[in-house]
Design a protein around this ligand. Structure first.
Ligand code: ZN
Length: 493
């Protein structure tokens, strides 16, 4: 038994998937020159120099930060880091390649033979990592009607490639793998993880074979998937297509196919005969990359907390339930924010505070963020302000209903909740039993019919009366206390 996950092709065929993931690295400068990588909002062809434009006579210099980031990733993926590695030239003619070749790594990559554990519907699956290596990105081409435009800003940006073994057995597993990988890269701080911007890209190799057959089927490479959802959809489409070809007695052609998001289909782009012969050879302009064991040990010792460790810590230290721990781990920034709120709060019982924030307030925060189409990094409400709101609740200066109103307001204005409460003249909740009993008695007296209904066994009559009292106290009374007082009054009459 390999997996429990759903398969789109029935039970007689098995799907085999391996992924090649490219991630731009968050280095300050490009891979082999000192051009800045901060070109996202800049005009085309402004972050360029003779090196990344591939002028004759220039020499590349290896970016140390890119090497460190790649080793960090490789270690987090349980890879071996050999002491010796080198760069190679991958030759192919295409206008997005300034030198006519890409500096990449061929037979001796920076790392090899790792793995990642994947939780597929509660079942742990081991996905092998063939290698993590380093190369450079290409320029960006924009095709217009009859001509193309080139932006060299991206050319020479440090690009990391993570190649998996063909260990995935369903499109769902492939999507989960991508999501887990993205989470890991973001935690390591080496990638923005933004698939929609192309900083994280994925190519997939997929084949099918009759279940039980050892030999792999003919594989097809799929390109152009730029979201987790399109990875899953493209692979589902392709698996069904391949099985249908085989069932009809046909054979699968080894080829590259592109995913057309709008039509929901893959189409042939390049057959095996048209495949490039890259004529790899060692890059003569760069020395071999010698990695000292002390450097690897040092990088390993300074790896940041990774998702699995954070998830476990949230459960152990704060007593969070699994779902809450997962939400706060998947979005690293949200988790960081959560921890700052708990730290900033004046409460003594941090664990109770953490559970309350995660359980009661997290869904509210996620909802508001979605409504405002913003992220927790960009929101104006500081963790200290959020903690202030919770402290006001603790001190019973506002009710839960009032707190939600204040939160909405603070999210918009960035104002301190304390200030909002004062400005709006919010009164502390009515906890004085005498006042509350008087109001309840008034409400019952002016609604004798409803009180009669309650006594006659209509329980929703009680809720209606509670609602009237809440209205009269303008949300300043606590619902559970009001309910108790209303019931008491009705029962004693
Ligand atoms: Zn440059």
């Amino acid at each position: 038994m390999t997996t429990t996950s759903a398969t789109p092709v029935g039970t007689d065929y098995e799907i085999v998937i391996g992924l090649e993931v490219h991630s731009q690295l968050l280095t300050k400068s490009k891979m082999f020159c000192s051009c800045s990588t901060g070109y996202a909002n800049e005009a085309p062809n402004t972050h360029v120099c003779p090196v990344c434009m591939g002028m004759p006579g220039v020499l590349p210099v290896i970016n140390q930060e890119a090497v460190t980031y790649t080793i960090m990733t490789a270690l987090a993926l349980n890879c071996a880091i050999p002491a010796y590695s080198k760069f190679d030239r991958k030759n192919y003619p295409y206008p997005d390649l300034m030198k006519g070749y890409q500096i990449s790594q061929y037979d001796v990559p920076l790392s090899h033979d790792g793995y990642v554990m994947l939780d597929v519907q509660g079942q742990m699956r081991r996905i092998g990592i063939t290698r993590v290596h380093l190369e450079e990105d290409t320029a960006r081409l924009t095709h217009r009607d009859g001509y193309s435009l080139i932006d060299i800003n991206r050319a020479g940006t440090a690009l990391m490639e993570i190649v998996s073994e063909p260990d995935m057995r369903s499109p769902e597993e492939a999507r989960l793998y991508m999501q887990q990988l993205r989470e890991l890269l973001v935690y390591l701080g080496v990638s923005s993880g933004r698939m929609e911007e192309g900083s994280l890209r994925c190519d997939a190799n997929i084949s099918v074979r009759p279940r039980g057959q050892q030999q792999l089927g003919t594989k097809v490479e799929i390109k152009n998937m730029n979201s987790f959802r399109s990875v899953e959809r493209a692979l589902e489409y392709e698996a069904v297509r391949q099985v249908e070809v085989l069932r009809a007695g046909g054979t699968i052609q080894q080829e590259t196919r592109g995913w057309l998001e709008t039509r929901g289909v893959t189409v042939s782009q390049r057959s095996k005969e048209q495949a490039h012969d890259y004529r790899y050879f060692p890059e003569p302009d760069l020395p071999p990359l010698l990695i000292r064991q002390e450097l690897v040990d040092d990088i390993r010792a300074h790896l940041p907390e990774l998702p699995d460790a954070r998830r476990a810590r949230y459960k152990a230290d704060y007593g969070l339930i699994v779902q809450d721990a997962n939400i706060l781990t998947e979005d690293k920034a949200l988790g960081d924010y959560f921890e700052r709120v708990v730290t900033a709060s004046q409460t003594r019982d941090r664990q109770a505070r953490a559970r309350k924030v995660a359980g009661n307030w997290l869904p509210e925060v996620v909802r508001i963020l979605k409504e405002q189409a913003t992220s927790i990094q960009d929101c104006v409400l500081t963790p200290a302000a959020f903690a202030n709101l919770l402290d006001l609740l603790d001190q019973e200066r506002i009710t839960g209903t009032q707190a939600k109103e204040v939160l909405e307001e603070a999210f918009r204005s960035g104002e301190m909740p304390e200030a909002i409460v004062v400005r709006k003249g919010m009164k502390p909740p009515i906890s004085d039993q005498g006042t509350l009993e008087r109001i309840v008695a008034e409400v019952i007296a002016s609604n004798p019919k409803v009180a009669e209904d309650y006594r006659g066994g209509k329980t929703n009559a009680l809720q209606w009366l509670v609602g009237q009292v809440m209205k009269k106290t303008r949300g300043q009374a606590k619902a559970d206390i009001v309910q108790a007082v209303v019931r008491k009054k009705l029962d004693e009459a």
